[in-house]
Design a protein around this ligand. Structure first.
Ligand code: ZN
Length: 310
């Protein structure tokens, strides 16, 4: 069993509209945009990152806004719900805030003994806030949400799979352990994680497969400290038969990707070098940052990409 994984690093989804996406995460949820760059494999599309003050791994929600792509159809074989951690007693505040901001799909529930507020993202994305106990992570406090309610980072990601067994085994190999079970959901957790330590697997045999589009999670990334740890994880996954990509430089972290048995794309990303490697912390996420290989496209991209401010 591996011991290098530290929890979630980031969750990456697809969106249909860059400006609406930016507004939702910075204004409605009060996160900080920590990077404005492009999809390295399709540089005419933004890659927007939202998180805490510096984009600490475990807090980072990222988007590829493909202009006008069709909405995804939820189903099996994907991440169904991405869950953020908020302080105890704050869901009432969020309920009022979401009503005022016109956020859709808002509903209260309780699961695994935790109070939960589900809501839809800008393209119907499945999200929830959970009142987590003892989450000591610092929130971004300049996003217009009071400190005693602001998002601390991810609480968990919930996978919806036709057959969760093999993915559960994989996560256990990656260092997760079963911590609870409720109905058709098994909850896995990590000790010594970064706070974003929980993965729920919901098994839904016979459910139609998801069709990816706007509002769908593209992949989830797990955090490792550095490149040496990442190579250890890569070798262990390859040795157990997983097809893992070579290490790819994403400028703000190093990434490897592999498709899991249940259909969800996993990434393992390094905590180094971080989002402040090319911008002052005070101005994080403000300028359009391009990777070296696409810097020659700057003139075209600055004209082509939709302005997202205001
Ligand atoms: Zn990623």
């Amino acid at each position: 069993m591996l011991d290098q994984i530290r929890g979630l690093h980031h969750v990456t989804s697809m969106a249909a509209d860059a400006r609406g996406n930016n507004d939702f995460f910075t204004h409605k949820l009060g996160l900080r945009r920590v990077k404005k760059t492009v999809n390295f494999d399709a540089p005419d599309v933004y890659h927007l990152y939202y998180g805490d003050e510096v984009g600490t791994p475990g807090s980072v929600m990222t988007y590829f806004p493909f202009p006008n792509i069709a909405k995804g159809t939820p189903g099996a074989g994907e991440v169904g719900t991405t869950v953020f951690s908020v302080p105890e007693g704050s869901l009432g505040y969020w309920e009022e805030r979401f009503a005022r901001e016109g956020v859709a799909g808002v509903s209260r529930s309780e699961s695994f003994g935790e109070k939960r507020l589900a809501f839809d993202g800008p393209d119907g994305d499945g999200f929830a806030l959970v009142e987590a106990r003892g989450d000591s992570r610092a929130a971004w406090t300049k996003g217009g949400v009071p400190t005693d309610a602001a998002i601390r980072g991810f609480h968990s990601a919930a996978l919806r799979l036709r057959d969760g067994g093999a993915t559960e085994e994989l996560l256990k190999f990656m260092g997760y352990q079963e911590v609870d079970r409720s109905g058709d959901i098994v909850r896995l957790g990590l000790t010594n994680g970064n706070g974003a330590d929980t993965i729920d697997i919901q098994t839904m045999p016979g459910a139609p497969l998801a069709r990816q589009g706007a509002g769908s999670v593209h992949h989830i990334a797990f955090a490792v400290e550095d490149r040496a740890k990442q190579l250890e994880v890569r070798k262990a996954l390859m040795d157990t038969g997983h097809q893992v990509t070579p290490v790819i430089d994403r400028d703000y972290f190093w990434a490897i990707y592999f498709r899991t048995p249940g259909g969800v794309l996993f990434e393992v990303a390094t905590n180094e070098p971080g989002f402040d490697r090319d911008e002052d912390t005070r101005h994080l996420g403000e300028a359009l940052k391009l990777p070296r290989q696409h810097e020659h496209l700057r003139g075209i991209l600055e004209t082509h990409l939709q302005p997202i401010e205001g």
